[in-house]
Design a protein around this ligand. Structure first.
Ligand code: ADP
Length: 384
């Protein structure tokens, strides 16, 4: 219906116009229907009150009589107009009040519902939503209600993620702590040999604990957008060389080939070199983790409009299509046990995404399917 699609401003304007019209029409109708009767009745009562002096009378009385008639006419007219106006004003007021009440209710009701919903959300009921009345579906109040509901959904999601985060953090910390406690108790009871392997195991677990805590700290800074970015002109080769140097030894140790495509003729990017190298290192570490030997990882850079795309392609385990969109979520691991065994906490890609986005770039993951390798690409703006 057109009314539902009309903006609030037009609705208010039309309502005022309708109120004015109702007043005018009521006054007009009452005056034209009742005023003549009022006039007639007034005349009648006046004529009979002045003993028939109005129209009758003779000779020398004529002047006096016409004065009386004129006075009576004047009084009757005033009385009729006053009565007509009183009646029409009363009826117009009732009609205008009724219309104003309907319009006011249409505006006030959704606002009141939103007020109640805001209070409920404020007190922690994040599932609260406001329903949009059909008459307001397309106007500003309807849009306000829709944005309110969007905001409520976002808040609910954030709250759910906060609760999940606490659970996930507790879960992540529990495993290394349980292992450490088990070994230490075994050592105390003399059940576990204080051998170099035991110390190595203890060291591994405490390192994992430290890494989780470091990752969490980085994640919280990234999500609070508190990672300082010092953007400057950086040649892509500088980013790639730093990152590849960091992982080269581990690649060699695992027997994976790390290949870098030719980097000539590429423009500089506007980025923080350390942060960009950190993002690329994270992708290279993942490629190393999820690619069994013998295999290879290719690093390449290509222009994509006004961005430069850094691509890491591996021949590893790949990612099933249904899991692809989720790999950037925090604590998401496709195969929890394997990722954990490989030292993954499921935070790396979340941090990488935050880093890249802080430098006004974007990141995406592609894979032809399980066992068919993965491609991770992030973009950074070209410096002009
Ligand atoms: P993790 O620390 O567990 O590696 P990430 O956030 O870096 O956490 O990655 C999330 C998940 O995405 C991993 O657990 C893994 O399942 C998947 N993943 C990431 N990189 C790759 C890759 N190169 N090949 C296959 N799967 C990957």
């Amino acid at each position: 219906m057109w009314w539902a699609r009309t903006s609030l401003r037009t609705k208010l304007f039309l309502s005022y116009l309708a109120v004015v019209l109702i007043v005018v029409v009521t006054v007009f109708i009452v005056m034209s229907v009742f005023a003549p009767d009022f006039f007639g009745a007034s005349m009648h009562s006046m004529m009979s009150g002045s003993g028939g002096a109005g129209m009758g009378g003779m000779g020398g009385h004529e002047n006096g009589n016409s004065d009386v008639v004129s006075t009576n006419l004047d009084a009757a007219f005033r009385q009729a107009v006053t009565q007509g106006l009183l009646l029409s004003a009363s009826l117009a007021t009732v009609a205008a009040l009724a219309l104003s009440f309907i319009v006011a209710r249409q505006i006030a009701n959704p606002v009141r519902r939103m007020l109640t919903a805001t209070r409920r959300i404020g007190s922690g009921h994040y599932a609260e939503r406001v329903s949009v009345p059909p008459a307001n579906a397309g106007d500003d109040l309807g849009q306000l209600a829709a944005s309110f509901n969007d905001m409520a959904s976002a808040l609910e999601k954030t709250e759910r993620r906060r609760v999940e985060l606490i659970g996930d953090v507790a879960h992540e910390l529990r495993t290394p702590i349980a292992t450490l406690t088990g070994y230490l108790e075994g050592l105390l009871d003399g059940v576990v040999e204080p051998s170099p392997e035991t110390w190595a195991r203890l060291h591994t677990e405490s390192s994992r604990l430290r890494r989780i805590v470091d990752d969490l700290q980085e994640l919280s800074r990234a999500e609070a957008r508190q990672i300082p970015i010092r953007a400057a002109r950086v040649p892509p080769a500088a980013i790639i060389n730093v990152a590849c140097d960091r992982v080269a030894a581990e690649y060699a140790e695992k027997g994976l080939e790390l290949r870098i495509a030719a980097l000539t003729g590429l423009p500089d990017v506007m980025a923080d070199q350390d942060r960009a190298a950190q993002a690329l290192t994270n992708l290279l570490t993942n490629a190393l983790r999820y690619t069994p030997a013998p295999g290879s990882v290719d690093v390449s850079v290509a222009r994509e409009g006004d961005m430069l795309a850094f691509r890491v392609r591996d021949t590893g385990v790949g990612i099933a299509p249904e899991n692809l969109p989720r790999v950037f979520e925090r604590f998401y691991r496709v195969e929890k046990s394997r990722a954990r065994a490989l030292g993954g906490s499921g935070i790396g890609l979340t941090i990488t995404k935050a880093l890249v986005e802080a430098m006004h770039g974007s990141i995406r993951a592609e894979s032809a399917g399980l066992g068919r390798g993965s491609v991770f690409t992030f973009t950074l703006p070209i410096a002009n």
